[in-house]
Design a protein around this ligand. Structure first.
Ligand SMILES: Cc1cc2nc3c(=O)[nH]c(=O)nc-3n(C[C@H](O)[C@H](O)[C@H](O)COP(=O)(O)OP(=O)(O)OC[C@H]3O[C@@H](n4cnc5c(N)ncnc54)[C@H](O)[C@@H]3O)c2cc1C
Length: 387
């Protein structure tokens, strides 16, 4: 039976990113990446939006670059100069794997025990196995561990771009009911996404806003293609299990709330994990992740402790969130917003005037939790209340 130091199950951005980052850190031991289909078999949405930082850092091939992100409600809009790029998911994953030292095989992981993995073709021994199987949750299911309990559902459309709409802006709308709309114009087509947070994988739950942003900008819309996608959207712990198994990417709900940050956060986490593997400090991985992605961790805590159903807390925060609309908040704190959009790991500080009003440490803590949630979107809070 062949033995590998690290086996990575799944060749999406998580698996390929980890293989790449291990190579970049000079890891010389044997690595195997397997995928049941081929590299980046997740084709729910082949085109991904990413920001300049990761294009530069990984020298990723891209096929479209926007100058601006237009953040809009129906009534209002403002522009953020943050240069979103469109990448082809498969090309990006290929690029990372090609520039790694890992071996790649098309095999389906079927079973495992504490030191061996059984695929549809072979049996392997390993020292470490990293689950990058995305929403298939291969290892979690084998060990009956909880999987993500929140999802980011998407209905996707490709329409003809005969609107003369400029191809240098990407558009984003959020509404108070937890609905998101995004559209990305390219030369000959437009990708449109309808998104909603939910804890049930039921696409009928996506309830578009009354006024759609696309109606404002796109006059004649001829839809060519439609598809659907799911992103596990709340993390689950532990990230290091039985001293052998690690989780990375959608397999533990690593994607923050907005689609454009999926790959970004996963690549960033793959860097942390590669550091822990190379330096033999795997016990630090989860702590490092929680510190870096405090906001996602808070989301996990809010769900776990059911903060939004605690009536005392609800009463105390009653007046606060409602007074702020998302747009207003972003406009009040443009620098913070910009930093945050450029770097989802950026830790937002609760403004002092807010803390002055609420002195009890416990209340502050609760407010902070909500504040973080609120920052992602006011709609998120609304949607939490509904469950
Ligand atoms: C509609 C939609 C739009 C999105 N838009 C964006 C965006 O614009 N920007 C962005 O950054 N992110 C976006 N995301 C999020 C992003 O796509 C995901 O967070 C990311 O692709 C997850 O990567 P991953 O490597 O964890 O999982 P995946 O890419 O899903 O890879 C998992 C791999 O594991 C393989 N696998 C599963 N089970 C097994 C098994 N038993 N044996 C072998 N192989 C197995 C699968 O074949 C697959 O290739 C979007 C997601 C969706 C659904």
């Amino acid at each position: 039976m062949e033995k590998y130091d690290v086996i990575i199950v799944g060749a999406g951005i998580a698996g390929c990113g980890l293989a790449y980052n291990l190579g970049r850190r000079g890891y010389k031991k044997k690595i195997l990446v397997i995928d049941e289909k081929e590299i980046a078999a997740n084709r729910a949405h082949r085109i991904k939006t990413v920001f300049k930082k990761i294009i530069k850092e990984y020298n990723l091939p891209y096929y479209h670059k926007y100058k601006t992100l237009v953040f809009a409600s129906y009534e209002d809009q403002f522009k953020i100069e943050c240069e979103p790029y469109s990448v082809d998911y498969e090309d990006a994953c290929h690029h990372l794997l090609k520039n790694s030292q890992a071996e790649f095989k098309i095999e389906k992981a079927i079973d495992l025990n504490s030191d061996s993995l059984i695929t549809n073709k072979n049996k392997y021994r390993f020292n470490l196995l990293v689950d990058c199987s995305g929403r298939a949750f291969f290892v979690r299911k084998k060990f009956n561990l909880p999987t993500s309990n929140r999802f980011w559902l998407a209905k996707l459309m490709i329409a003809e771009n005969n609107n003369n709409i400029k191809t240098d802006c990407m558009y984003w709308l959020t509404d108070v009911k937890g609905y998101f709309e995004e559209f990305c114009p390219y030369k000959d087509h437009i990708a449109i996404g309808d998104y909603q947070y939910t804890n049930k994988i039921d696409f009928n739950l996506i309830k578009p806003a009354q006024k759609l942003l696309r109606h404002k900008f796109l006059k004649k819309l001829k839809i060519i293609k439609q598809s659907r996608g799911i992103i596990p959207n709340s993390p689950h712990f532990p990230l290091f299990f039985k001293k052998k198994f690690l989780f990375l990417g959608d397999s533990f709900g690593n994607s923050p709330t907005s689609s454009a940050y999926g790959s970004d956060a996963i690549l960033e986490t793959s860097k942390m994990l590669s550091y822990c593997i190379v330096n033999n400090c795997l016990h630090k991985y989860e702590k490092m992740w929680k510190t870096r992605y405090l906001e996602s961790y808070i989301r996990y805590l809010a769900l776990k402790y059911d903060l939004h159903h605690n009536s005392a807390i609800i009463k105390k925060i009653k007046n606060y969130p409602e007074k702020h609309s998302l747009m207003k908040f972003f406009m009040e704190y443009p620098e913070m917003t910009l930093k945050y959009l450029k770097d989802p790991g950026y830790v937002i500080k609760v403004p002092k005037e807010f803390l002055k009003k609420h002195k009890s440490p416990f209340i502050q803590k609760v407010f902070r939790l909500y504040y973080y949630l609120l920052l992602h979107t006011r709609a998120y809070l609304e949607s939490l209340r509904r469950f």
